[in-house]
Design a protein around this ligand. Structure first.
Ligand code: Z5A
Length: 210
């Protein structure tokens, strides 16, 4: 029997932490057990939100003001909640989302140094009562995150070009959020070999399905 109080799972962490890799693992886990779910991501998840994602990740000739960045993220989120997250939850499906508002606290609140208050204000306005039931944070040191991104190759997006101080603030913010509400967060040391990360993930998922 499933733990019916948990339906909305988010996966967080810095670039190269292994979110995409481990999201596939979580999806396989749910599929093998015949549990209905919607897998999605932020920024993105709908046609319009994906267009906003491009705007956020692309380089531009003018700089994007941090506040404008924050508003775009919440615009994408409002659309995503309306078109994907709420309908799935209302239909009784689980939702597994690659990043959500914890990323906004970490990247815009601390990385961009806008502070948590502005994020909180928009979070209340856009999400109302909606909060993830479980947030899995894949934690890696900044240097390892950078090394994995470099190893992956390809062009760096507008966030990936930020310096190590930016990413240290992002990482610290994730830790602070996990420490402040341990009942909602599961922090996994994602610098471990993938099999160990997935063994921890499996333990967390099995505990969810009582
Ligand atoms: N953003 C924001 O600022 N505010 C917000 O509110 C939201 C987002 C929602 C795009 O996110 C950007 O949006 C993000 C923050 C911003 N920018 N940054 N930087 P994204 O999640 O779409 O993009 P990303 O963070 O760049 O994800 P990614 O590069 O796809 O990384 P990942 O999914 O975490 O990693 P991966 O692709 O699964 O793995 C990377 C490589 O590491 C790959 O070769 C794997 O095989 C390898 N890997 C993974 N795990 C391991 C282990 N355990 N050992 C060894 N190697 C591993």
């Amino acid at each position: 029997m499933t733990n019916s109080s948990v339906k909305f799972i988010t996966i967080e962490g810095m670039e190269g932490a292994g979110k995409s890799t481990n999201l596939s693992y979580v999806i396989d886990f749910f599929q093998q057990r015949g549990i209905e779910f919607a897998a999605t991501r932020e920024p993105g998840g709908t046609e319009i939100s994906e267009k906003i994602r491009h705007l956020l990740l692309e380089h531009h000739t003018e700089t994007l003001a941090p506040l404008a960045e924050l508003m775009l993220i919440f615009a994408a989120r409002a659309q995503h909640i309306d078109k994907v997250i709420k309908p799935a939850l209302d239909a009784g499906q689980w939702v597994i989302c690659d990043r959500f508002t914890d990323a906004t606290y970490a990247y815009q609140g601390e990385g961009r140094q806008l502070g948590g208050k502005k994020v909180e204000l928009l979070e209340r306005f856009v999400q109302q009562e909606l909060q993830p039931d479980l947030t899995i944070i894949l934690d890696v040191p900044v240097a390892l995150s950078a090394a994995r991104v470099e190893q992956r190759g390809g062009e760096l997006d507008r966030f990936e070009v930020e310096d190590s101080d930016f990413f240290q603030r992002v990482r610290d913010a994730y830790h602070q959020r996990a420490d402040a509400a341990p009942e909602r967060y599961a922090l996994i040391d994602a610098s471990q070999p993938l099999l160990k990360v997935q063994a921890e993930l499996l333990g967390i998922l099995e505990r969810l399905l009582d």
